[in-house]
Design a protein around this ligand. Structure first.
Ligand SMILES: CC(C)(COP(=O)(O)OP(=O)(O)OC[C@H]1O[C@@H](n2cnc3c(N)ncnc32)[C@H](O)[C@@H]1OP(=O)(O)O)[C@@H](O)C(=O)NCCC(=O)NCCS
Length: 176
């Protein structure tokens, strides 16, 4: 996958080690810490997480794309097989935006693109999940046509699980 132009100045490309600083800034941000289940506790954990993302992309079970705004790190969007199982025809998306670039519609656009891409390569259904308190993501999911499946409790955290079905399910074997 090469660079994808979402619109003027906004591009997506595969996540790489050069995104470390921007990704670390997102993880150190208080809103990210509140909304993510966990963030790396130190640099060693951050490096391990970066290696894991790159490894999963190489294994073809998950694809993390970096969002760039005028060449600057602005966040990330992920499409993966549910439970990283390539036998699945069900996918899952995640998103985060660097604090500097929030509330400009970037997460909405990046998710819209990756969901469309997921359907094109053959996913029958795509799930999105977030803490119930994360009203911004709930708003985005609704706007993108996701259907609320249920609220669930993981530990003591309430989460909402949404899905969107492929209007034209492909018969091809899914390959990122
Ligand atoms: C959630 C997040 C990805 C949104 O990114 P973004 O680029 O700012 O999102 P967008 O601008 O595309 O859309 C956000 C929408 O939520 C709304 N919104 C933002 N904060 C809100 C809040 N606290 N309550 C209700 N709505 C809110 C915005 O007004 C916007 O709606 P609009 O387009 O109708 O105006 C970003 O805030 C983030 O990275 N948060 C921390 C990490 C995170 O929560 N990731 C998701 C984990 S599942």
């Amino acid at each position: 996958m090469k660079e994808i132009k979402l619109e003027k100045g906004i591009t997506l490309r595969p996540f790489s080690k050069e995104d470390k600083n921007g990704y670390a800034e997102v993880n150190n941000d208080p809103l990210t810490k509140k909304m993510f289940t966990s963030v790396p506790a130190d640099e060693a954990e951050l490096d391990a997480e970066i290696e894991e993302k790159i490894g999963k992309a190489k294994a073809g079970v998950s694809k993390t794309l970096t969002i760039l705004v005028n060449g600057e790190y602005a966040g990330g969007v992920v499409l993966e097989f549910e439970n990283w199982d390539p036998k699945n025809d069900v996918g899952r998306v995640h998103v985060w935006i660097h604090p500097k670039f929030r509330n400009k519609g970037i997460a909405t656009k990046a998710l819209q693109w990756i969901v469309g891409h997921g359907f094109k390569i053959g996913f029958k259904r795509i799930y999105a999940q977030h803490k119930t308190i994360n009203l911004a993501v709930a708003k985005i999911n609704k706007k993108l046509g996701f259907v609320l499946e249920r609220e669930m409790v993981q530990g003591d955290v309430k989460k909402l699980r949404w899905y969107k079905d492929n209007p034209m399910p492909a018969k091809t074997k899914i390959k990122f």
